[in-house]
Design a protein around this ligand. Structure first.
Ligand code: ZN
Length: 337
């Protein structure tokens, strides 16, 4: 057992369905011997693959948190073959506060791996996921969204795979999830084994991993939630964990790679001219930044610096210099798929 101060109330090896908390010791003014309760559900039925399902890695991304919470109640051991380990609120303090980062230590869990067994709470969670949970797993699926500051159409994220077999499996999983878009990381096998993300952790432990961006804007849409729940069950069927599930016909996924972002160079109120899914050309005016505090000032135009498809856009109206307004993607080339 790797060194960790976090204690699981759940036996990961027991058959059946078990729930409880990962107890993260947290000694503070109001609670000298207390612990932070990171919820965990384990469903196991005999031999078979193990998949780790994560949401609440960023606490203000709700689609995955709702879909996985429903999945915990939907599935019984008889429905599955192998094992599911489900973390619905992976960075519990952040998710409890509805914030991207933890209010306890400002930690951004998805920039903290491989973590630290003796670090702050976010570092301890990252370390536990990478060193205790990942080593039990064959697959890891991490469900994100645009959170409070961005909005995405449902988009699967994956690397190209470190081997032909992994590449084939990732493409199969992408097809199974059946989101309208897939963002394929084109650098090396991606995600790199030095990445500080959950996918980076998976890569270091030889675990096949996928991530998703599912909506955002600090809310949940019924259509995206339906698509998410369907996609998760289709992926679990694809890896053999949900053998009796009958997937319906796929709608198809457009494979993209991100070519860059468009940033605000002025503070003010952002008026977007375009939406995710729109095609744009370099030089197009894609928005304006207004100054209601000086209404006589001309608006600042926001030109695109890329050709491509808008993958996500900023959600809140107020912007500051350095904020990402749009992320732009282009179709993958044949050898980047
Ligand atoms: Zn996220």
């Amino acid at each position: 057992m790797p060194e960790t101060l976090i204690k699981s109330e759940v036996d990961f090896e027991a058959n059946g369905k078990h729930h409880g908390f990962l107890r993260l010791p947290h000694s503070v003014h109001r609670s000298a011997y207390g612990w932070i309760p990171v919820p965990v559900v384990v469903i196991k039925n005999g031999d078979g693959p193990t998949a780790l399902l994560i949401s609440g890695n960023h606490g203000d991304e709700y689609e995955g948190q709702i879909a996985l919470t429903k999945l915990c109640k939907d599935l019984e051991p008889d429905n599955i073959r192998g094992r599911l380990i489900i973390l619905t609120m992976a960075n519990y303090p952040a998710a409890q506060a509805g914030l991207r980062t933890s209010p306890i230590d400002d930690g951004n869990l998805n920039r903290t791996f491989p973590g630290d067994a003796h670090g702050n709470p976010t570092q301890m969670i990252a370390h536990y996921i990478e060193e205790v949970l990942m080593v039990m797993c064959d697959y890891m699926f991490d469900f994100h969204s645009g959170g409070s500051s961005l909005i995405y159409p449902p988009t699967m994220l994956r690397g190209k795979g470190h081997s032909p077999q992994e590449r084939a499996k990732l493409r199969e999983l992408q097809q199974a999830f059946d989101a309208p878009y897939a963002w394929v990381f084109t650098s090396g096998g991606g995600p790199t084994t030095t990445a500080r993300t959950a996918m980076g952790a998976a890569g270091r432990k030889g675990v096949i991993s996928m991530m998703a961006e599912l909506g955002g804007g600090g809310t949940v849409s019924p259509a995206i939630l339906t698509m998410t729940e369907r996609g998760i069950k289709r992926m679990l069927h694809c890896i053999g964990v949900l053998p009796d599930y009958q997937p319906d016909a796929a709608n198809g996924t457009r494979e993209l790679q991100v070519v860059g972002s468009i940033y605000a160079y002025e503070s003010g109120l952002f008026e977007p001219f375009r939406e995710p899914g729109n095609e744009i050309r370099a030089g197009d005016d894609v928005g304006a930044i207004h100054h209601p505090d000086e209404p006589w000032r001309p608006a600042i135009s926001v030109p695109s610096c890329h050709d491509g498809l808008i993958l996500c856009r900023r959600f809140p109206g107020r912007v500051e210099r350095g904020d990402c307004l749009y992320q732009i993607a282009a179709d993958t080339k044949e050898d980047d798929q």
